[in-house]
Design a protein around this ligand. Sequence first.
Ligand SMILES: C[S@@+](CC[C@H](N)C(=O)[O-])C[C@H]1O[C@@H](n2cnc3c(N)ncnc32)[C@H](O)[C@@H]1O
Length: 254
Amino acid sequence: MAVTNSEAQIELHRELAPRYAYRYSFTFSRLFQQDWHAEMIGHVPKGANDILDLGCGTGFFLAELMEHHPTAVGLDISHAMLKVSDQYLSSARLVCGDAEKLPFIPRNFDVVFCKGSLHHTRDHVAFLKHCNESLRDDGKLIMSEPCNDNPLIRFARWVLYKKSKHFDIGDQGFTRSGIIALCEQAGFEMQTVKRYGVLGYVFAGFPDHLGILRFIPGNAWITRAFLAIDRVICAIPGLSLLGFHVIVVARPKR
Ligand SMILES: C[S@@+](CC[C@H](N)C(=O)[O-])C[C@H]1O[C@@H](n2cnc3c(N)ncnc32)[C@H](O)[C@@H]1O
């Protein structure tokens, strides 16, 4: 029985690791994830060498990052998640550790990525302060986290997190203003905040939860169309409330 949140996350992700392998096994779901990753990787500044993916999980994002930045490092608390990455990341520099006790010297990285890991921690400001301390003065935090600004999305997530054994009830999404406030408390200055993922997120991103596209011919083309529509939706103020994630780019205020 898990006592701390870290132990609970290790137990939860031991169960989830095979589901992640399945999640990334379809052409259409990979198309969605690759678009999401490109959206994040596009914020890496020119000349950035030392890059950390915090909460890298099964390493699918890290694999794409390494195509451009082969020395990137991945850290995750779950050994079971890291083991899945053996299939496509045999040369990666992977660390099994807790993001809340980072085993790196301070100011070591040009970029820290967090894709969906902040909401698994309980002391968000402490986690973000660790990210801040890991970054060089001109470094960047590039993060994507569940966005709960839309009351319908907030309710759907609450039901899912409460009812499904694949989530921890303590894992909550953020509001746009809430995540900005957390970053500012941790000593960051915001550079970009944008919402990401509507139709593509729901129908293509997570076939382990909603697998309907698996049965539809032309699902890769449908996913591409969803991605194009989502880009328009997320660029329109008001409509962007339909976005399921919020992407944040911030730099340490020093
Ligand atoms: C939603 S998954 C995202 C994985 C990966 N970034 C992706 O997008 O596929 C969250 C990851 O955060 C990891 N995690 C949770 N708490 C952590 C902590 N305290 N330190 C390091 N990793 C943690 C989990 O093990 C899991 O792999």
